[in-house]
Ligand binder design. Structure first.
Ligand code: ADP
Length: 290
């Protein structure tokens, strides 16, 4: 089907170009993921133990915490093709198209296995059926979900395809998706701790003229101040700082520039959702550092 050829071209990548070293501050998760990939790729020691591959990994966490980046790094690191789709786009399609596309996505991945299929915003398609108010998209969603479940169940033990889903909210997902043999491994990706913020800042500071007069003291200070920032927001902060440095004709990015960038960018976490003490501390820190 013509429709599917264009679609698949857009959705597949031979090499994502992302590696583990690009994803910072999630060492324990990376260890876990390495094992999943080792089994997928048929490491002998797991076979000998009779361990079956994990079929599905669900990455759960707020936006910008590196879920897509990690999925790409897994494919990049393993040197296997990466197929990606977004749950929301399946819902908008005409009658029957969503199911057909899911079918061809899985068929292509199987053909080129070992491979990874990444479905972002899986909740759009995999919403708990009881929570869905009947609307024009609900029949499509239901069809798409059923097709997804059929594909996941149709996998044989030796099919070397790993399905990664990403969502902000796993509790909204249909229970059927979370059954063993479907998304049977759930990994929570939260907002980074101060130490992990430093690691993420270090990754994104590469190639930027950060003031190093005191080694990494500047980045450490920023890591301390950037409470509640996600990885994406930290990357954005450094970018904003680089732009400011150019505008100010400064050869380096120093603490003043970093603070100005911090006061410019909006951080996604609404202060109302922070615990009170955390919100106050954050406000006080930024105020004090002005
Ligand atoms: P999500 O899929 O969770 O919404 P992404 O993986 O799309 O988030 O992250 C967006 C961007 O934010 C990444 O491309 C990267 O630049 C940055 N980022 C997020 N988390 C990390 C991390 N742990 N280490 C390095 N960069 C990160």
């Amino acid at each position: 089907m013509m429709l599917n050829i264009g679609f698949l071209k857009k959705m597949s990548k031979k090499d994502t170009g992302v590696r583990y070293e690009d994803v910072a501050g999630i060492d324990a998760i990376k260890d876990d993921i390495r094992v999943v990939l080792d089994i997928l790729l048929g490491a002998e020691r797991f076979k000998e133990m009779g361990a079956h591959p994990v079929k599905g990994v669900l990455l759960e966490g707020p936006p910008g915490t590196g879920k897509t980046l990690l999925a790409k790094a897994m494919a990049g690191e393993a040197g296997i093709p990466f197929y990606s789709a977004n749950g929301a786009e399946f819902v908008e399609m005409f009658q029957g198209v969503a199911a057909a596309r899911i079918r061809s996505l899985f068929a292509a991945a199987r053909k080129n296995a070992p491979a990874i299929i990444f479905i972002d915003e899986i909740d759009a398609i995999g919403k708990a059926r009881s929570d869905v108010i009947a609307d024009s998209g609900s029949a499509e969603r239901e069809q798409g979900l059923l097709q997804l479940l059929t594909e996941m169940d149709g996998f044989f033990r030796d099919d070397q395809v790993l399905i990664i889903g990403a969502t902000n909210l796993s509790s909204a997902l249909d229970d059927a998706l979370l059954r063993p043999g479907r998304y049977d491994r759930i990994i929570h990706m939260g907002r980074p701790s101060p130490q992990n913020r430093l690691k993420i800042l270090q990754v994104h500071a590469k190639g930027k003229p950060i003031d190093r007069s005191n080694d990494d003291a500047l980045l450490a200070k920023v890591a301390e101040l950037s409470i509640g920032y996600s990885g994406a927001e930290l990357a954005n902060l450094l970018n904003e700082a680089a732009i400011l440095a150019v505008r100010k004709d400064s050869a380096t990015i120093d603490l003043e520039i970093m603070k100005e960038a911090m006061s410019k960018i909006r951080v996604g976490l609404p202060s109302a959702s922070l615990p009170d003490s955390e919100a106050k501390r954050r406000f006080a820190l930024v105020e004090a550092s002005r």
